[in-house]
Design a protein around this ligand. Sequence first.
Ligand SMILES: [Zn+2]
Length: 264
Amino acid sequence: MRSLHRLLRSIRRTLVPDLCCICGCSLGPNEEGLCLSCLSKLPYTHIHGQPGNSVECCFWGLIPIERAAAYIAYRQGGQSARLFSALKYHGRVELGQIMGRQMAKAMKPYGMFDGIDAIVPIPLAAERMRERGYNQALLLAEGVSQETGLPVLTDAVRRVVSNPTQTRLNRAERWENVKGIFVADHPEQFRGKHVLLMDDIVTTGSTLVACAQALMGAGEIKFSVLTLGMGVSVSMMPYSPPDDEEGEYDMSYEPYIVREDPDQ
Ligand SMILES: [Zn+2]
C-alpha cells in the first residue's frame, strides 16, 4: 500500500512538480512540503525538554500542565510565516502531517510524549471548518500520531462559538473573548488521563486554556501542550536560547509579531 502511494506520488510529481512552500523551488525525491535547505533554516525554538520553558509558563496556575513546547518561532515576514500561511490559508494540507511528524521525531527523545494517553487537537468551529475544509491542528496531530502511535480524539471537545477575531483585543480581552467557546460532552472519559492539546500557534495561550477548561469538568486530568509555532507574547517570556545552533536566532531580544489571525 505504501509503495503504491509512493508510486502515485512520483507520477503526480512528474506531472505537477511539488514546490517548496517557502522558497518555491522544485522538491527533490527525498523532500516533502519544503526543501531541506529551508527546513534546516527554520527558527527552531529548542525549548522542548526544558521544564519551565516560555510556553509552559503561559499555563501555570491556569490548568494542570505537565509539559509544553512549540517547535518553531513565528516571525512576521520571515520564512516561518510562509510555512504557516501555506498550511493555513493556501491549502497545503500535506504540510500539517509533515511538520507533525518532524516535531514528534525531534521531541520524542526528550520525553515529550511520555505518559500521554491521547491527543486532542483544538477544534475549529463548524462554520470555519466548512469555509477552510480542514483543521490544521488536526493535521498536525495526525502527523504526531503517525510517529508516536498516540490516538487522536476529534470528538472530545466541540467549538460552539466561532469567536470573532482577537487581533485587536488586548491580553485581558482575549481571555474574556474565549470563555465558554468549547464544550466537552463526556469529560468523565478523561478522568485520570493525560491529554496532549495541540494547535498550530500559541500566542497568549487563551484558546488552549479555554479548551482545557472544557475537559476539566470531571476533575482529575492533566495536560501537555504542543504547537507548531509560538508568537510574540510567548517568546517575550523569560527564556535563554541555546548557544550555537544553526539557523537559531536570539529569542530573548528579537520581538516576534503574530500576523492577524482570526482563530487565535
Ligand atoms: Zn525551500
